[in-house]
Design a protein around this ligand. Structure first.
Ligand code: GLA
Length: 395
């Protein structure tokens, strides 16, 4: 659905649900990560860009302290209503935990929420696709609170931090900062090279020399993601403890590959050693990939993407058979510069760099082979990097 039509439907439904009157509309995008996977909570580098799909919210303040949440993606007219106090506490296991978690994170950080509000959401990121629908919902809710309540002290970057806090400490998925950061700080036609330790970042134009970024959705929902994700995180923390018998590091991102090779014998558990190897090597690959992009060496960038996938598949064990099939098919097609799993893993999407003239073949060949094997046709999205979270005015 075109944005114009989304906005029209959002307003019509908002008025039907909550009555006619003033309304403001906000948007926060999803993201795709080009390289640097499972490095963010390891103090390493990531290289995502914001998408042009994401989550919208129509909002109006209320006179009282009630908050009403509804979503156009669910049963029409279904409303979850809570008092402000309940919004800070309740964890009922439904989708409103994401926005509620942000209300809670704002309060925890000392930003007072003194007014109730009516909210209607609509998202066009396919659910469970690993393109950060939850981060976009969190960052969006943060932006709504900042703008509707006039919280000038909250910066765009704070929206990322508060969204991450909601996800980690309210929802319980111990994620890194990448998704919320990309959603809050994205820039049109650029990817973000972010160092997650000092939170230093740079925007790089996505100049791909007659090629495009293509996302392929395996249609496998990444349901295992949060539990296995938390396990991976613990395994990396365990690796740091082993290495610190001789080293003094806080995160795996502090090590070069050579330093890791020299000290890896300190990690007695083979599986934990593999996890650590991925975190260290993937961080170095991300730095190299950005160097390659700066030199317009897209082939080198693509080779690093492929290596990233192999490492995520074999050492980090966050891929799945369907995604491996998608990448292997892509690697065989001439004109594909690189292809890998993107996001948290266990399903979701691959990201590929495909030369313009090969895009048709890419979609046809992969659809055919994937359908033959799994009985379903994957979805493709050609990416343009979009702006971070913002209000939509004067549509
Ligand atoms: C999820 C998390 C991110 C990041 C990726 C893996 O998307 O939310 O913080 O760790 O997985 O790179």
């Amino acid at each position: 659905m075109e944005e114009k039509e989304i906005l029209r439907q959002l307003k019509t439904s908002f008025f039907q649900l909550y009555g006619e009157g003033e309304v403001r509309i906000f948007f926060a995008p999803g993201r795709v990560n080009l390289i640097g996977e499972h490095t963010d909570y390891n103090g390493g580098h990531v290289f995502p860009c914001a998408l042009t799909i994401g989550t919208y919210a129509a909002v109006r303040l209320r006179e009282d302290r009630r908050v009403r949440f509804s979503s156009m993606n669910l049963q029409a007219g279904e409303i979850t209503e809570v008092s402000l106090e309940e919004a800070f506490e309740a964890k009922t296991g439904d989708w409103t935990n994401y926005p509620k978690g942000v209300f809670w994170a704002f309060e925890e950080a000392g930003h007072k929420i003194e007014s109730g509000m009516d909210l209607l959401y609509y998202g066009n990121i396919p659910a469970g696709s690993g393109l950060s629908s939850s981060a976009s919902l969190e960052v969006l809710t943060g932006l709504v609170l900042k703008e509707m309540l006039g919280l000038k002290e909250v910066s765009q970057q704070d929206l990322a931090v508060l969204g991450q806090k909601a996800e980690c400490d309210f929802v319980g998925m111990k994620c890194g900062i990448m998704d919320q950061f990309a959603s809050a700080m994205g820039k049109k036609d650029a990817a973000i090279f972010l160092e997650t330790n000092k939170m230093e970042f740079d925007y790089l134009p996505l100049a791909l020399e007659q090629a495009k970024i293509v996302i392929t959705n395996s249609l496998v929902k990444h349901e295992l993601a949060s539990s296995e994700y938390n396990v991976r995180r613990q395994e990396c923390e365990q690796a740091v403890r082993f290495l610190n018998k001789e080293l003094k590091i806080q995160t795996l991102g502090q090590l070069t590959c050579e330093q890791f090779e020299e000290k890896k014998h300190l990690i007695p558990d083979e599986i934990i050693q593999k996890r650590a190897k991925h975190a260290v090597y993937e961080n170095q690959r991300t730095i190299q990939a950005v160097e390659a992009l700066k030199k317009k060496d897209i082939e080198a960038f693509g080779r690093l993407m492929n290596a990233s996938h192999i490492s995520l598949r074999d050492d980090y064990a966050v891929s799945c058979p369907e995604i491996d099939v998608l990448t292997e098919l892509a690697w065989k097609i001439s004109g594909v510069q690189g292809s890998r799993i993107t996001g948290g893993g266990f399903g979701g999407c691959t990201v590929s760099i495909v030369k313009d003239e090969a895009i048709d073949t890419f979609q046809k060949e992969i659809s055919k082979a994937y359908e033959e094997k799994y009985g379903k046709v994957p979805e493709f999205y050609i990416v343009s990097a979009g702006e971070g979270a913002h209000e939509i005015v004067n549509d």
